[in-house]
Design a protein around this ligand. Structure first.
Ligand SMILES: Nc1nc2c(ncn2[C@@H]2O[C@H](COP(=O)(O)OP(=O)(O)OP(=O)(O)O)[C@@H](O)[C@H]2O)c(=O)[nH]1
Ligand SMILES: [Mg+2]
Length: 365
């Protein structure tokens, strides 16, 4: 799964990137802006995966990964009043979710933006830009389709696409993101290649001051209220503290977090929220050779699970051997749980549940 960090300049995107991926990418220092794009990957924390590794002691462990991109989309410093530009979001079009970083922290070394610190304003601005970016794409495509229509070269597929895009256009023109539009499955198919940015799940991260960690950040309620009202996942953290934490050893880390009264590093929380926002679950495959966590869209079938492993395995699918994680853990392993009758066989249409262990029986294997 891939998430892209977006936000206004100096909001703390790179600092959060460092916190999430335990990297040390250069952050913005006043007057020294970097256009670098940072790419990183982080293991998705999953207790079930850890337990499975513990029980199976495999030769190889392959956890689920969250890929993070920082710098795929941002405005240049000094351009605050300027347009975002038509291809502003080009670098995040292929992401599964967007993580919006909002500045709510004050810092003596970093001047406040024009109009002062106001994360709610920034959030609305960014969401507006996502909608505008899609509107530009939809309008350009509609224009071309209309030209075909006038030249009597419009195919049936074109006409259907035009109809869907007109619905989208009306929705976007009202200032609403594609995320909030119900789209029929067959219509969604013809839209997929557009990779609309306002259709992507969002996670809002408000970057608060170190000093506000223990108390309350005055800017936070307005952001939370907006996010809740629009069904957007949101959380607050101090990116700078989290970036420091990410550089510590596990022991130092827990000691430090405890002293601050923080239950877990925000790193883990952000990753969990991202998974949830996209509607992903994971299933496991276990064995002596390998324990692996696989990412799957919630509601997917056993056949889709097979396809995520390999298209050949889906093609030659016979049955899925499925085991609830709890049974696996209680029995202390697959074989013992199977002997106790906790493995069940399922067909292609079976809906895989979060955390289940799924082995595909196929005609070649
Ligand atoms: N005090 C404080 N400073 C922070 C915090 N987060 C980021 N900063 C500082 O703010 C500056 C900007 O942070 P970056 O992470 O570079 O912000 P950015 O969004 O990546 O900036 P651009 O890439 O230039 O758009 C850096 O000097 C950071 O050290 C925070 O939580 N508290
Ligand atoms: Mg940056």
């Amino acid at each position: 799964m891939r998430v892209g960090l977006i936000g206004l300049p100096e909001g703390g995107k790179t600092t959060l990137f460092n916190a999430l991926t335990r990297s040390t990418a250069a952050v913005h220092s006043y007057g020294a802006h970097s256009d670098e794009v940072n790419l990183g990957a982080v293991e998705v924390p999953d207790r079930r995966f850890d337990v499975a590794v513990e029980l199976c002691r495999p030769k190889k462990r392959v956890p689920a990964l969250l890929e993070v991109t920082d710098g795929g989309a941002r405005v240049a410093v000094g351009d605050r009043g300027a347009k975002f530009g038509a291809d502003f979001f080009a670098g995040v079009r292929n992401m599964d979710a967007l993580l919006i970083v909002l500045r709510a922290f004050t810092s003596p070394s970093l001047p406040e933006p024009d109009g002062g610190i106001n994360p709610r304003r920034d959030l609305e601005r960014l969401i507006e830009e996502l909608i505008l970016a899609d509107l530009v794409v939809v309008e350009a495509r509609l224009e071309r389709l209309d030209k075909s229509r006038l030249a009597k070269r419009l195919t049936a597929a074109d006409a259907a696409e035009m109809h869907v895009l007109q619905g989208l256009h009306a929705h976007l023109a009202e200032g609403k993101p594609i995320r909030t539009l119900e789209i029929a499955e067959e219509d969604a198919k013809c839209l997929r290649s557009f990779a609309f940015v306002s259709g992507k799940p969002l996670i809002v991260v408000t970057n608060i001051s170190e000093d506000d960690l223990a108390g309350a950040c005055p800017h936070l309620p307005a952001v939370t209220q907006y996010a809740d009202a629009h069904g957007i996942a949101s959380m607050a953290l101090c990116a700078k503290v989290e970036a420091d934490v990410a550089q510590m050893s596990p022991d130092e880390e827990s000691e430090f977090l405890e002293a601050l009264g923080i239950a877990e590093p925000a790193r883990d929380r952000v990753i969990r929220e991202a998974y949830q926002a996209v509607g992903y679950i994971s299933f496991l495959t276990v064995g002596e050779d390998e324990v692996r966590a696989w990412t799957l869209r919630r509601g997917s079938t056993a056949l889709a699970a097979a396809a995520s492993i390999h298209t050949d395995i889906a093609r030659t699918f016979i049955r899925a051997e499925v085991m609830a994680f709890g049974r696996f853990e209680e029995a202390g392993g697959w074989d013992a749980a199977k002997a106790a009758g906790h493995m069940h066989l399922e067909g292609k249409e079976y809906v895989v549940q979060d955390g289940e262990i799924v082995h595909i029986r196929n005609s070649k294997g």
